[in-house]
Design a protein around this ligand. Structure first.
Ligand code: AMP
Length: 462
C-alpha cells in the first residue's frame, strides 16, 4: 500500500478482534453512505424515471391491463396456461440466444449479485420459458402464455424503450405444422379483437441445421464478393453471421440484399413441405400473409417458420408489433432433451401506439360508479362505501370533512355518474340522496335499505 507521497505504508497485522472491528467499521461506513444517499433523495425533487423507461398509471395502466386480459382470454381459449418466470436469470440462459445478436452482445442489463453470480435482467421470455421447461420437464405438448416487462439497453425513441412489456405464447413438444398455424393465427386473432385492421403478417422459413449451412455458405460467398459495397457495420456482421446482414436497414446495403440468395432455394424437400403446410393452414383459416424471403429476425435460435407482424399505421422503423417462430434446437442447447418449440412475443407498448394511430381500443373509463358526499358529521361514508363495494359497485368518497361545495367539486372531478349525498336530514330519515351528476334526471331521496336495488336499476355494477 502506498501513501500520497508514494511511500509504502506499513501493513497492519490485525488480530481476529481487529478484523471484526474493521468489518464493522466498513459496514457502518456503508450504512452511513446509504443513509446519506437516502436523505439526499428526500431532499431532491429532480429524480426522473430512468432513461428509456416510463411510469404507467391510470387510465393507461387500466388500458394495458385490459389488453393483457384480452390476450389471456384469446390464448386460454386455445388451452395455453399462464407462466410467470423470474425477471432475472443466470446470464448463461440468454447467451444461448446467439453471439451475433445485439440483444445479447450490446443490450443486456447484466450484473453480479452479492454472491458473485453473473445474472441478467431478461431481454425476452422465450429463453426463460425454455429454461423452465428443461428444469421442470412438464408433459408434452406444453403450451404456455406470459406477460411482463423485458429489459434492453437500446437507444430510446418513440416505441423503443429500455423497459417494455410483452405478451406471448410458447408451445413445446411437436413439430406439427398445424401448431405453427395455431400459434400464428392466435396472434392474428388478438390483433383483430383489439380492432387493429392494418397489420401485415410477414412469413418466412429459415431452414434448419440440415440445410442452413449450405445456404449460409452461399450467402457468405455472395456478400464477400461485394464486401466493398457493403456498409462498414454489415461487413463486421458478416464476420459473425452472414444471415444477420439481411437484417440491415441501411440504405447502402439494400440493393445488395435485394439480390442475395434465398433460403427458399436451399430448403430440404421435407422443410419445403412443412412450410407449404403452414401456408395452406393459414389459407384455410383465412389468415392473410406476405412471404418475406429475407425476414431473419433478431435472435439466432430461430429455425423453420419465422414471422413478424408490422402495423402499417406506425413509422416503418418501429412498426414491428410482434414476431416469433420455431426454435427447435433451443431446449437442447439449454441442456434439455431435443424438443421442438414455437412461439411469439408481441410488444404491448407498440401495439397500444398502433391502436392510437388507428383510433381503436380506447382508454377505458376509470371513473367510479358512485361518489359519496358525507356532510352529516356521522362517518356514514366509511360504512356506506364498504357496503357499496361489497355489492359490486366501484365507490369513492371525499376526505377531510370538507364543505358540501368542496365535496361536490371532488365528486365532479371523479367522473362518477351518481353522487350519494348524506347530510343531517338523510341520517335522520335513514336515507340517501342519489343525485345524477350528469344532470339528466335530477335527484331522489332513497331509503337506505333500498339503496342497492335502486343503484342496480341505474347502473351495471362492474
Ligand atoms: P423481439 O423479441 O425483438 O422479437 O420483439 C418482439 C416485439 O417486442 C417487437 O415486435 C416489438 O413490438 C416489441 N419490442 C422489442 N423491443 C422493444 C423495445 N425496445 N421497446 C418496445 N417494444 C419492443
Amino acid at each position: 500500500m502506498r501513501n500520497k507521497a508514494g511511500m509504502s505504508a506499513p501493513v497492519l497485522q490485525l488480530t481476529p478482534l481487529g478484523r471484526w472491528h474493521k468489518k464493522q467499521f466498513l459496514a457502518d461506513g456503508l450504512v452511513r453512505r446509504r443513509a446519506e444517499l437516502a436523505s439526499r433523495s428526500v431532499a431532491s425533487s429532480s429524480f426522473q424515471a430512468p432513461k428509456g423507461t416510463r411510469d404507467i398509471f391510470a387510465p393507461q395502466s387500466t388500458r394495458q391491463r385490459t389488453l393483457i386480459d384480452l390476450f389471456a382470454d384469446t390464448v386460454e381459449r386455445a388451452n395455453y396456461g399462464q407462466i410467470s418466470t423470474p425477471i432475472f436469470e443466470e446470464i448463461g440462459v440468454f447467451l444461448r440466444l446467439g453471439e451475433s445478436t445485439d440483444v445479447v452482445t450490446k443490450e443486456m442489463y447484466d450484473f453480479e449479485d452479492k454472491d458473485g453470480r453473473h445474472m441478467a435482467l431478461r431481454p425476452e421470455l422465450t429463453a426463460s420459458v425454455v429454461r423452465a421447461f428443461v428444469q421442470h420437464r412438464p408433459t408434452l405438448p406444453w403450451k404456455v402464455w406470459y406477460e411482463g416487462p423485458q429489459f434492453r439497453y437500446e437507444k430510446p425513441q418513440a416505441g423503443r424503450y429500455r423497459q417494455f412489456t410483452q405478451v406471448g405464447i410458447e408451445a413445446l413438444g411437436t413439430s406439427d405444422p398445424e401448431l405453427d398455424v395455431e400459434v400464428i393465427s392466435l396472434a392474428a386473432d388478438f390483433y383483430q379483437r383489439l380492432g387493429l385492421r392494418d397489420v401485415t403478417l410477414l412469413l418466412n422459413s429459415l431452414g434448419d441445421p440440415t440445410c442452413r449451412p449450405a445456404y449460409l455458405e452461399a450467402l457468405e460467398t455472395y456478400f464477400r464478393d461485394r464486401i466493398g459495397d457493403l456498409s462498414e457495420q454489415s461487413a463486421v456482421t458478416l464476420e459473425t453471421n452472414p444471415l444477420r446482414v439481411l437484417d440491415s436497414k441501411r440504405p447502402q446495403d439494400q440493393p445488395i440484399i435485394d439480390d442475395a440468395p434465398l433460403m427458399a432455394d436451399y430448403l430440404s424437400p421435407e422443410l419445403t413441405e412443412h412450410f407449404g403446410r403452414v401456408r395452406s393452414g393459414l389459407d384455410q383459416l383465412e389468415v392473410s400473409y406476405e412471404l418475406s424471403p429475407r425476414l431473419v429476425r433478431g435472435l439466432d435460435y430461430y429455425t423453420l417458420t419465422t414471422f413478424e407482424f408490422a402495423a402499417n399505421a406506425l413509422t416503418s422503423s418501429q412498426n414491428a408489433v410482434g414476431g416469433g417462430g420455431r426454435y427447435d434446437g433451443l431446449a437442447a442447447s439449454l441442456g434439455g432433451p431435443d424438443t421442438p418449440g414455437i412461439g411469439f412475443a408481441l410488444g404491448v407498448d407498440r401495439i397500444l401506439l398502433a391502436c392510437d394511430a388507428e383510433g381503436t381500443f380506447p382508454e377505458p373509463t376509470t371513473a367510479p360508479d358512485v361518489f359519496v358526499i358525507d356532510v352529516s358529521g356521522a362517518n356514514v361514508a366509511l360504512s356506506l362505501t364498504a357496503e357499496l363495494r361489497t355489492a359490486g359497485f366501484t365507490a369513492d368518497r371525499a376526505w377531510d370533512n370538507r364543505s358540501m361545495k368542496a365535496q361536490m367539486k371532488a365528486s365532479d372531478r371523479s367522473g362518477a355518474p351518481y353522487g350519494l349525498i348524506i347530510g343531517e336530514d338523510e341520517v335522520a330519515a335513514n336515507s340517501v340522496t342519489v343525485r345524477d351528476l350528469r344532470g339528466d334526471t335530477g335527484q331522489q331521496l332513497v331509503a337506505r335499505d333500498d339503496l342497492i336495488s335502486t343503484l342496480l336499476g341505474l347502473l351495471d355494477p362492474k
